[in-house]
Structure formats: structure tokens, C-alpha cells
Design a protein around this ligand. Sequence first.
Ligand code: ATP
Ligand code: MG
Length: 332
Amino acid sequence: MSDEKKIVLTGMQPTGLLHLGNFLGAAHNWQKMLDQYTCYFFIPNQHAITIHQVPANLRHATLNCVAQYIACGLDPNRCTIFVQSHIIGHTELAWILGCLTPLGQLYRMHQFKDKSAKNESIYSGLLYYPILMAADILLYNADFVPTGEDQRQHVELARDLAEKFNTTYSETFTIPMPLIEKTGARIMSLKSPECKMSKSDPDSSATIYITDEPKVIQKKIAAAVTDSGSKISANPKYQGIANLLNIYCAATEITLADGEEKFKTYAAYAPFKKEVAEALIALLEPVQKKYQAIKDDKKYLQSVIQKGSETVQPIAHHTLSKVYRKIGFLER
Ligand code: ATP
Ligand code: MG
């Protein structure tokens, strides 16, 4: 058996401050993988522009995302962090994969339906997004793609496209697997618990950002929408309270069944909400400390992504050359 480490690749869009869903559904799990896998974490800024971004904000959010990754425990000495647009290969491979993707498959993507319903102007980049994501994954022959539940369908498309390319031409791509945790994989909005918590949600009271101060966390959790009742249940019928219980369980790393058991004697929501807030404050304290220490150190953050580019560009180049050769593009 080969003792080469398996490859993990994933990323978060620089579309705003990271929130609890990004942390519990993603980054908190990623930092546990650093020793077991070869880890590539990237900043998908080419994905971010599928929705209009103010250039100065995007520039700031990209470097800030690097700081937040590191604050969440992604130690750059044990993994590779890079910016998507710095690497030649992502958009090139996306074009080729796009030529293998039926249009109907893209129109069926949940994220396209959700985001196109929320935005007045819909551009083709939003429809094309899952193909670019497939290219991100396949370019590095990733074995595993840790994500939240919302990205499962996109990883499925990457698998389909890898298989299609391999059978149309010859064995080229690793078939990637999604890695989705049971708790934390779908954290819902505190104000509309039928929708997922999102960076791009303009209502900041619906979202807990990883940089929120203790007082803000207490206030937001206290004001979170719940049902009229008092039972602390994971039953999705009680959307608001089930979401808070899911948050508590993911934050304290216990199962939903253990969470229900712990709170079964609680007769009201207020003391439960207080415990949820306390668990979050404790969870985010070390992240916030680290973030404050590095967020303005541009030189350091730039050096991290520079090193990242140097590590991954040769890999991307190698895959792309192989693909070009197989599909019949003349070598230069
Ligand atoms: P945007 O609204 O701009 O799409 P987002 O909040 O959905 O932002 P992404 O950058 O698209 O965040 O996703 C980064 C990672 O966080 C992905 O792995 C995604 O699956 C995960 N994620 C996003 N939202 C949630 C959520 N509410 N619960 C759990 N995981 C989530
Ligand atoms: Mg998203």
C-alpha cells in the first residue's frame, strides 16, 4: 500500500467575514486534517465575482480571508494556502470541463436556483460556477473535499465530470469524495431558520461572525427566532430551536441525541440560549485572539499566499499539460 498522503482541497469565498456555518461546517474540521492529509486551502476569488463585488472590498476580503483561515487553525507550515486567480489552470480546465457538461445539469443546481432567486441580475458565471469548482478540485487530483451540506451537489458534479473525462479520453483524474460532518454541516440563519446562514446575507443579526464579540454573540443568540414552546428538540419541525441545538452540539462536539438528553429538563428557552452563547464564546475566543494578532500584518499574509502559489502552480501546470495532450491540443 502506498504511504503517500491523500489530498484534501477546499476553500471559502472572500465574500465577507466568515460565520459560524463556515467555522462549524468547514474550517473547524479542516484544521483537524492537517497531519493526516496533504491539505490545499484556497481562496476562490474567481467564484466570488459570480455575484458583483466592490473591487476594494474583494481585495481586502481576500487577504482577510487568509488571516481568518490561519486564525481558524490552518497553520501555513502544515498546509498550503493560495489564491485561485494567482494560479494558471483553474479557468483553463473549467473551459474544457464545460465542454463536457450538459446545460440541463447546471440549471438543476440548488445553489444556482437559490442565488438566482435572490439576485436581480443573473450572469452566466453563476450558472458556470460548479464547473469552475470541479476544475479547482480535479486540477490537484484531490481525494477529499470537505464542505458543508450546501456544496454536496457540486462535488457530485466534479465526480461526474472526472468520470466522464476518464472514460472519454483515458484515466486522468482522481474521483473526489465529499467529506461532510453530521453536526455543523448546515447551520441555519438565526432569523430565517429555513435558510442557511450565509456570508452574503445582508442581515447581520441573522449571522454570527467568527469575529463577533461576546456581548454581540449573547445578543444575537438571545434574539434568535424560535417557536412558541419550550422543548429543546433536534426535530427539524422546530426549525429555530433545532438549529440552536445543532449549533450547541457542533460547538461542544457532542451528538444531537446527547444534546437533547442534556437539555431535556429545561423548561424554557432563555437558559438554553444562554448556554449556547457561552459555548460559542468559549469556542471562538482563541480564534479571535489569533485573528487580532495577524489581521493587519499584510507582509506576513502576502508571504503565505506567495509560498502557496509556488507550491501549487507546478501541480496545476502538470495536470493541465496532461489534459491538453489527451484532448488533442498541440504542445507548445
Ligand atoms: P456566500 O453566501 O457568499 O455563498 P457562504 O456563507 O455560503 O457564502 P462559502 O464561501 O460559499 O460561504 O462556503 C465556504 C464553506 O462553508 C463551504 O464548505 C460551505 O459548504 C460551508 N458553509 C457555508 N455556509 C454554511 C452553513 N450555513 N452551514 C455549514 N456550512 C456552511
Ligand atoms: Mg456559498
